[in-house]
Design a protein. Structure first.
Length: 223
């Protein structure tokens, strides 16, 4: 039976509330829409540094667009506790090196795992460098991302760098739907592919088949 990561998160928040302190959190952000609900939720309990490290994004113009949207949202969104923004280095060569040999893998497979690992490890390192109390990622809000895979990776890289990983499954409790509402409210750009060139090609293939009346399915995880 899969672990209930949302319940684990709720328990941690409940325990922290008894201390009277506001812990610091490094939040790896994949994009503004996914970050919207997560920031609304977690900023009630944490001082947050949003960290945009996504070398998988293709092309460079898409990367710049997503960065600007997240920066805008962080600047415009009012929160109980402070939220700041840090942009990591855009280094697509690291992404391509990490997924070399996995280019033909389907979405959600081994290539995505290496991509998650790269981004979460960088987030853990950065969280340790700024002495954050916890780190986590917005990626678990996506219906096409496996929360169990992401949480296990988070635990592994957290242990490697000596930083506590905050468990999450942000798609639960209506999180994904709330992110759509906030995206509309703030006029956020909602992309229709995960970010890498391979997900872009798969989305284009899916859309073409759909327009031609052929049956196919876009990958979904929903866990």
């Amino acid at each position: 039976m899969p672990l209930n990561y949302q319940r684990e998160l709720s328990d941690i928040i409940r325990q922290l509330s008894h201390t009277g302190k506001v812990p610091s959190l490094l939040l790896h952000c994949c994009c503004a829409p996914c970050s919207s609900y997560v920031l609304e939720y977690l900023s009630e309990y944490f001082k947050i540094t949003t960290f945009y490290y996504n070398p998988n994004i293709y092309p460079a113009e898409e990367y710049a667009h997503r960065v600007s949207e997240l920066k805008r949202f962080v600047a415009e969104f009012h929160t109980k506790n402070p939220v700041s923004f840090v942009e990591g280095t855009y280094e697509p060569e690291r992404y391509y090196a990490a997924v070399k040999g996995l280019e033909k893998e389907p979405e959600g497979g081994a290539r995505c795992y290496k991509c998650f690992e790269l981004r979460l490890e960088e987030a853990a390192k950065f969280a340790k460098n700024i002495n954050a109390d916890y780190f986590t990622t917005t990626l678990t809000i996506s219906p096409v991302k496996d929360a169990e895979v992401l949480n296990k990776l988070g635990e592994e890289v957290g242990a490697k760098y000596g930083i506590r990983h905050l468990p999450s499954n942000f798609k639960r409790k209506g999180g994904y739907q709330r992110s759509i509402e906030l995206s509309h409210e703030y006029g956020l750009y909602r992309q229709n592919f995960c970010g890498c060139v391979y997900s872009k090609e798969e989305r284009e293939r899916f859309d073409k088949m759909k327009s031609e009346g052929q049956k196919d399915s876009y990958p979904k995880a929903e866990t």
